[in-house]
Structures are given as structure tokens and as C-alpha cells.
Write a new protein. Structure first.
Lengths: 472, 373
């Protein structure tokens, strides 16, 4: 079996998921600002043309400059950055996604080109165009931006809910997957919310408007917050569309996931409450500081939502196909016989710091199987997670990892590798002494093999929920 | 490789190679403008002349952010296809260069904002040194990005043993002597492309039919000639320094037609600029010939670069992956939206160029004011 090996980098105390998650949250926030911003500008342009908000034209020109400076530069480059970062974190995941969906990604690129072209046309010539031409460019820009979301949403939601793709292998079965539409609509409303808050912020900083003019623009922009009322229902729809086990992580199965989910819900509720009662019902004026606070809450809500979306895929990175440590279900069985690092061509970078060959083997196993989600003593560090476990407890828990924690993938190596990993963890837990006795008791290895065989290579989610109920 | 590129490969490989090379060539056309243009802007800032009679500096300052945006946007397509063609070596090089490689992203962001800053009233009002710092900073960011790409490309061509050693030593830089001629080839080749871009821009934005172009033609011609000469010499040096299999690929049946196309392209540019100098004005027919020559030489360069890569990799090992990729759906949808969106982009450009639409409104500010925003 040809299991691919890539050089795996050490991010020190930072969990790799935090790196990709951090950039992802930032990028998603900017991208949604661009999408919602386009829709909002169209709305305001229409109001201007209808004579319902004559000063909208001036505001659009100001707002669009912020849109270009933020989204065209940071949004575009963090988008490319997402690709590069995913390669750093999990090259195999991005490789599979590119192989399966490259034409849809290429289609998204054509819309991205259209977004940039129409956006620059408006940015450069918008002030000198008549209303009809302005609306045409803005509509083109916002349609292109929204369709970028449409295409990317299909690919990203496929990772969590591949639907019938795994049986048919057809690209459209994967694209229009069970969570495609709830996710798309939810993100569209989020985009509108972010753009509306950003517009309220910008209007506070544009010097040429009077307070009354600002208030008028704020109240028109606040209309874009109204769809937030549908968010609870959409959230439930999305929630029901994802697999049962993923729901269980959010509802308490994983403390971190539950906390981030709660954070997202709480922030969204605060924004929604202020929008509905303050801005829409009571027509309050909103100053720059409050806007900034609400935008910060929106950022936190985005962060919570994206963290949950990423985390809900566990133990997979591509559901039912690729585990989070970039091994497939088939490979796990093969690697249990042949070893997960036997053919790994990349030596350890800190080889000389490790006292024995067994500890070195353990370090390699950690690098291959665990380092994608864990550090040794930093974020999600194994030292902290296992400090209270006895050695035999550790052996059994790792042997039956998917049973210990169902959002973990099964251990994919030989009993010797598992024992080496245990020794490496214990060596780290013991402050890394210069000497460490080898552990090669045949009875221990026999026990490990027995525990591993007991649970097999069945994913933990199937042990808990059964193979059928893991589907939505 | 017993047939002219890309015919010596199975059709899926040939198909993706063609897409890669074509999209890469489009990216290069914009990238050349940015890298050569930003270096020229440094000289403009250093000379600090109060007037810009031939408008090269003004045009570059004005158009640079858009062209950088175009270069980045156009760069996404080859980035997609390279992942299908050479997934393992490409990903491995990315991973081995690690932080050093990822640094191109903040570098591009900083460079991008510096270009906007250069257009702002702040850069105009303040002294020469601020403009020197801004332009040098932007050029440094783009040159660093180009250097990193070249480094990444060369590292992706190395053997498993070199990769393993590179990783074990924890290095995040890769050095080989061929990096120098390769970088010089690309950097110098950017100037003829910039020259023809600028020639078109000067012609299309001339407010006055009587604008004298003789001086600027002479300068642009000189820029193009020197750039082509250095690029060709560096390219020959690179070929001499590379292993024999690389020379065989470039000078063999797969590469010779493209080599000839490249020579024809360079000749068309050299002669075209000579003729333009004689004419003394930026006439459309000769500019079109030079543009065709420039496009041909960029395309030929992209193909020869690819042949050099293929000769050092076992591309046959990737054939099954290419065949599997060619089986997946979505091509028709892509072609449909590619055509539709290309038409809409054309329409947007037509819309803003249309004289009827460019009637100033009551509150429309002057163009300079718009651009400086």
C-alpha cells in the first residue's frame, strides 16, 4: 500500500488547528464582509435611484473604498493563504479536495476574476458613471462575490457531509450535499449582518455627513440586519443536517466544541437583540464605538461558528474517507501490520535530544499520527491530557483510542509503535531525563495487540452511534 | 518526450500541462508588470524629478495596485493546476520551506498596501525619502516573493534524499547556484513586457493627439532590448549549468519548436521596437506585432520552464493521478462559466470606457482625487 509521507513541521506550543482556524476565521470574516458589502451597496444604490435615499450615492463611493482596501487585498491574499496553510497542516486533505473538485474550484475562480474586474471598474470609474451603469457594476460585483461563496460552500460542506458522494463518486452528489443549502443561506445572512455593521461603522468616520444624514443611512443599512431573525431556524436546519455524532460533540461530547458553540450563539443573540430592538424597532442612532463592539461580537460569532464547523468533522477531515491525521480507513488496518513510520523517509529534527531508539520511534509515531491536533506540552498537549493516567491506563486508552474518545481516530500502528509512543509520552511527563529504560516486555505487547484487536479499526463514531445513525 | 510539447504525454497529462502553461503565461504577463514596474518606481523616487514628461511614473503609480491584483488573481489558476500535476513535489517543497515560504503572504499584503500608500496624498506631500522607502519596500516585497517561488520550484525538483536531509537539518532556505541565473532570467524578462504594457497605456491614455512619443519610445525600446539581452544570456547560462537531461529536453524534439517560437518572439520585439523608433509614434500595428512577440516569448518561456521541470521528475509516476483527475465532473460547468464571465468582464470594461457613461456628475470629484483615495 502506498501511504504518502510528507515532511511534518513542528509548530511548537501552537496547535496546528489553531493556525488554520485562526487564519480561516479571519479570511471568512473578510470574505463575508465583501459578499454582504456588495449586496448592501446594490440595495443602497437602488434606494438612491428611487429617490428614497439621495445621499446614498456619496456613501457608496466612500464605503466601496474601504471594501476594496480591506477585501481586495486582505481577503484575496488570506484566501490564497488558506491554500498554503492547509498544505502546511494537512497536504493530503487539500490534495484530495483539489483532485475531486478542481473544476468547481476553477469555476469559483472565474467568479473571483469577475468580482475583481467589476469591483475595480466601480472603484475607479464609479463616481463618473450614471446610475444605471453604477447599479449594473454593483450588481455584477455582488453576484460574483456571492457565487464565489456558493462554490466554496459546496466544497467545504462536502468535507463534513459528503452525502451520497462516497457511494457514487459523482462530483454533484458531493457538491449538493445535505448541509449545502442551510450552510449557504446561513452564511449569506451572516454576510449581510457583517456588511451592515461595517457600513454603520464607516458612516461614523466619513467626515462630510451631518448627524441626521448619518442616522438616515444607518437606518437604511440596518434593514440588512433583519434577516438575522431567521438565524435560529436556519441554525436548527443546519444542526439537523449534520451527522448525529457531530451534533453530539457540540452538545457536550467535546467541552471545547460546546464552549465555542455557546460563544457563537451568545454573540449572535446579542447582535440580533440589539439589531431588532435597538436599530429596527426603536430606530436608535448607533455610534462608532458601539458599531465596533458589535463587529467584534460578530467576529467572535464567526470564530465560534467556524471552530464548530471544523471541529464537528472529527475524527475525520473528510468524513468517511480521511481521518484528521491524514490516514484513510483502509490504511489504518494495513499500518497496524506494517507500522505507521516504517517507511517514513523523514528523520527526526531533534534526534540527538532523545535518549533511546524506542523514544525516537515514539516521537516519530507522535509526529505522524498525533501532531496534527496535539502538542506535547502546549495547546491540547499530551502531557496535560495524560498526566494523571497510569502507564497501563495509557496503553489501553491509546490502543482503543476511538473508544476512549469517539472523536479520535483509531491508532494506526503496530503494538511496538504504540508502546514506543507510550514511553515517549511518559518520558516527556517525567521531565525528559537523560536515561530511560527500554520497555520490551512481550506480555505488554501481547496485551496491546489484544486491546487493539478487541476494538478493531472501526471508527469510534460507529461504535457509539452505529454506522447508520452517523448519517443525518 | 518524442513529440513537441505537449503531445508526447497521455492526453490527461497533456491537457493539464496545457492548462497550466497557458494560465501561468497569463499570470507572468501581469507579474512582469509588477516586478519591473515597482523597480522602475524606485528609480523614479530616487531621481525625485518634479515633472514626469513621458507619464511612465504616473501611469505605473496609478495602475500598479490593479495590476498586482490581476497578477494574484491570475496566479490562482496555475496554482490549482500545479497541485494536480505535481502534487507531492510541490507540497513537499512548500512544507520544507515552512515559515520562510509562508512569509510571502505578509510580504504581498505589505507590498499591496504600500502601492496604495504611494498613490495617497501623504506620499505626494511628504519628501522624497518617504517615496523611496515606500517604493523600495514594495519592490523588496515583490522581489522576495519571486525569489521564494524560484526557491520553492528548485527545491521541488530535488530527490527524496535531499528533501530528507533538508528536513533533518531544519533548514527553511534552499540554495543552489542555478537560483541566480534563473532569477536573472525572469527578472530581466520582465522589462520587455513592462515596455509593451507601458507603450499601450501611454497610447490609450493620451489626452492630446499631438503628444510627442519619440523620447518615450526610445526609452522603452532601450528597456526592452537590454531586458531581452540579459534574459537570453542568463537563460543560456542556466541551460549550461543545468544537468544534461534538462538540455536534452529543451533542445530535443519536445522543446525545439517552442525554442524557435521564443526566438521568433524576441526577434519580433527587437525589430518592432527598432521600427517604432524610426516611426516616432506609438502606432497600433507595430505595437500589436511587439505584443504578439512578447506573448510568444512568454508562452515559449513557460513551456521551456515546464520541460526543464519534467526532465528532472519522473512524470510517468503521476500519470495515474492525472488520469483520475480527468475523470471527475465539472469541466462543462467550468467552461460555461468561464465563457459567460469572460463576456461579462468584457462588458464591464466596455461600460466604463464608453464615452456616454463618463459624463461627470455634479458631485463627481476630479480623476486624480478619485485615484488618490
Amino acid at each position: 500500500m502506498d501511504v504518502p509521507y510528507f515532511p511534518i513541521n513542528d509548530f511548537g506550543p501552537i496547535m496546528k488547528g489553531l493556525v488554520i482556524g485562526g487564519l480561516g476565521i479571519f479570511h471568512v470574516f473578510l470574505a463575508q464582509f465583501a459578499i454582504g458589502g456588495g449586496l448592501l451597496m446594490c440595495h443602497l444604490q437602488r434606494l438612491a435611484q428611487a429617490g428614497r435615499l439621495p445621499l446614498a450615492r456619496r456613501f457608496i463611493d466612500d464605503f466601496f473604498q474601504y471594501l476594496v482596501l480591506v477585501s481586495f487585498v486582505m481577503g484575496a491574499l488570506t484566501g490564497v493563504g488558506m491554500w498554503f496553510t492547509t498544505i502546511q497542516i494537512s497536504p493530503r486533505t487539500i490534495g484530495v479536495m483539489v483532485e475531486e473538485f478542481h473544476w468547481l474550484w476553477a469555476t469559483e475562480w472565474t467568479f473571483f476574476c469577475l468580482e475583481i474586474a467589476s469591483g475595480y471598474c466601480f472603484y475607479r470609474y464609479g463616481r463618473r458613471l450614471n446610475d444605471r451603469a453604477r447599479l449594473t457594476l454593483l450588481a455584477t460585483y455582488s453576484a460574483a462575490a456571492w457565487f464565489s461563496l456558493f462554490w466554496i460552500n459546496g466544497i467545504l460542506s462536502w468535507q463534513l457531509t459528503p452525502g451520497s458522494f462516497m457511494e457514487t463518486g459523482r462530483v454533484w452528489d458531493g457538491f449538493f450535499n445535505p448541509s449545502f443549502f442551510p450552510s449557504l443561506i446561513f452564511r449569506t445572512i451572516t454576510s449581510m449582518t457583517i456588511a451592515s455593521l461595517a457600513a454603520c461603522l464607516v458612516v461614523n468616520f466619513v467626515p462630510d455627513f451631518t448627524r441626521e444624514e448619518r442616522a438616515e443611512i444607518i437606518h437604511k443599512c440596518a434593514a440588512f440586519l433583519a434577516p438575522m431573525a431567521a438565524m435560529p431556524l436556519l441554525g436548527i436546519w443546519y444542526f439537523l443536517s449534520i451527522p448525529a455524532d457531530s451534533r453530539s460533540w457540540i452538545l457536550g461530547g467535546s467541552v471545547a466544541m460546546t464552549l465555542f458553540f455557546s460563544l457563537g450563539v451568545a454573540c449572535s443573540m446579542l447582535i440580533g437583540a440589539y439589531a431588532l430592538f435597538g436599530l429596527l424597532r426603536n430606530q436608535l442612532y448607533i455610534n462608532g464605538a458601539t458599531c465596533l463592539l458589535l463587529l467584534a461580537l460578530a467576529f467572535l460569532a464567526t470564530a465560534g461558528g467556524e471552530f464548530v464547523r471544523e471541529g464537528a468533522r472529527k475524527p475525520y477531515t473528510i468524513r468517511e474517507y480521511l481521518y484528521s491525521n491524514s490516514l484513510t480507513e483502509d490504511e489504518v488496518e494495513w499500518l497496524r501490520k506494517h507500522g505507521s513510520v516504517t517507511n517514513d523517509p523523514y528523520p527526526l529534527q531533534n534526534r540527538d535530544e532523545l535518549p533511546t531508539d524506542q523514544i525516537r520511534l515514539g516521537a516519530k509515531v507522535f509526529r505522524k499520527q498525533c501532531s496534527i491536533c496535539h502538542t506535547i506540552d502546549g495547546a491540547n498537549g499530551l502531557t496535560h491530557l495524560t498526566a494523571t493516567w497510569t502507564t497501563s491506563q495509557l496503553r489501553m486508552n491509546v490502543s482503543q483510542l476511538q473508544r476512549t474518545k469517539p472523536f479520535m481516530p483509531p491508532f494506526a500502528g503496530t503494538p511496538e509503535e504504540l508502546e514506543a509512543l507510550i514511553q515517549w509520552i511518559q518520558w516527556n511527563n517525567s521531565d525528559r531525563p537523560d536515561d530511560w529504560p527500554p520497555s520490551n516486555d512481550p506480555d505488554v505487547l501481547r496485551d496491546i495487540r489484544k486491546w487493539m484487536d478487541e476494538v478493531g479499526t472501526t471508527p469510534g463514531i460507529h461504535l457509539v452511534h452505529g454506522s447508520e445513525t452517523s448519517q443525518p | 518526450m518524442n513529440a513537441p510539447f505537449p503531445f508526447g504525454f497521455p492526453w490527461p497529462t497533456a491537457f493539464y500541462l496545457t492548462l497550466y502553461v497557458v494560465t501561468f503565461a497569463i499570470h507572468v504577463a501581469f507579474m512582469h508588470y509588477v516586478i519591473a514596474g515597482s523597480s522602475y518606481l524606485v528609480t523614479v523616487a530616487v531621481r525625485n524629478r518634479p515633472v514626469d514628461p513621458d507619464r511612465r511614473g504616473t501611469l505605473l503609480r496609478d495602475w500598479m495596485p490593479l495590476m498586482l491584483s490581476a497578477a494574484i488573481t491570475a496566479g490562482v489558476a496555475p496554482l490549482l493546476f500545479v497541485q494536480i500535476l505535481y502534487q507531492k513535489p510541490y507540497y513537499t517543497a512548500n512544507l520544507l520551506l515552512f515559515n520562510r515560504w509562508m512569509a510571502i503572504l505578509p510580504a504581498l499584503i505589505v507590498g499591496f498596501y504600500l502601492l496604495y500608500l504611494l498613490k495617497s496624498p501623504l506620499a505626494t506631500r511628504r519628501g522624497m525619502w518617504l517615496r523611496v522607502v515606500i517604493t523600495a519596500g514594495a519592490f523588496g516585497c515583490f522581489f522576495f516573493t519571486g525569489w521564494s517561488w524560484t526557491e520553492n520550484h528548485l527545491l521541488s525538483l530535488q530527490s527524496n534524499e535531499v528533501w530528507a536531509q533538508h528536513y533533518a537539518e531544519g533548514r527553511t532556505r534552499f540554495w543552489t547556484i542555478t537560483l541566480i541565473p534563473r532569477l536573472i532570467t525572469w527578472f530581466a524578462a520582465a522589462f520587455p513586457t513592462l515596455a509593451i504594457w507601458l507603450a499601450w497605456q501611454i497610447r490609450l491614455t493620451a489626452d492630446d493627439d499631438t503628444e510627442n512619443h519619440a523620447t518615450v519610445i526610445g526609452r522603452l525600446a532601450l528597456t526592452a532590448w537590454i531586458g531581452m539581452a540579459i534574459s537570453v544570456i542568463a537563460g543560456i547560462v542556466l541551460l549550461v549549468m543545468d544537468p544534461p537531461e534538462v538540455r536534452q529536453a529543451v533542445l530535443g524534439i519536445a522543446g525545439i519548436p517552442w525554442m524557435l517560437l521564443g526566438i521568433a518572439g524576441v526577434a519580433a520585439q527587437a525589430i518592432g521596437w527598432w521600427q517604432l523608433r524610426g516611426v516616432g509614434r506609438l502606432c497600433r500595428s507595430r505595437l500589436t506585432i511587439i505584443s504578439a512577440g512578447c506573448s510568444a516569448s512568454i508562452l515559449a518561456g513557460a513551456v521551456l520552464r515546464e520541460l526543464m521541470r519534467i526532465s528532472r521528475l519522473d512524470i510517468a509516476a503521476f500519470y495515474p493521478k492525472h488520469a483520475a483527475a480527468a475523470e471527475v465532473g465539472g469541466l462543462v460547468v467550468f467552461l460555461f462559466f468561464f465563457a459567460v464571465n469572460a463576456v461579462i468582464i468584457g462588458y464591464c470594461i466596455w461600460l466604463v470606457r464608453s464615452a456616454d457613461q463618463l459624463a461627470p456628475t455634479d458631485d463627481a470629484p476630479a480623476q486624480d482625487e478619485v485615484h488618490s483615495a
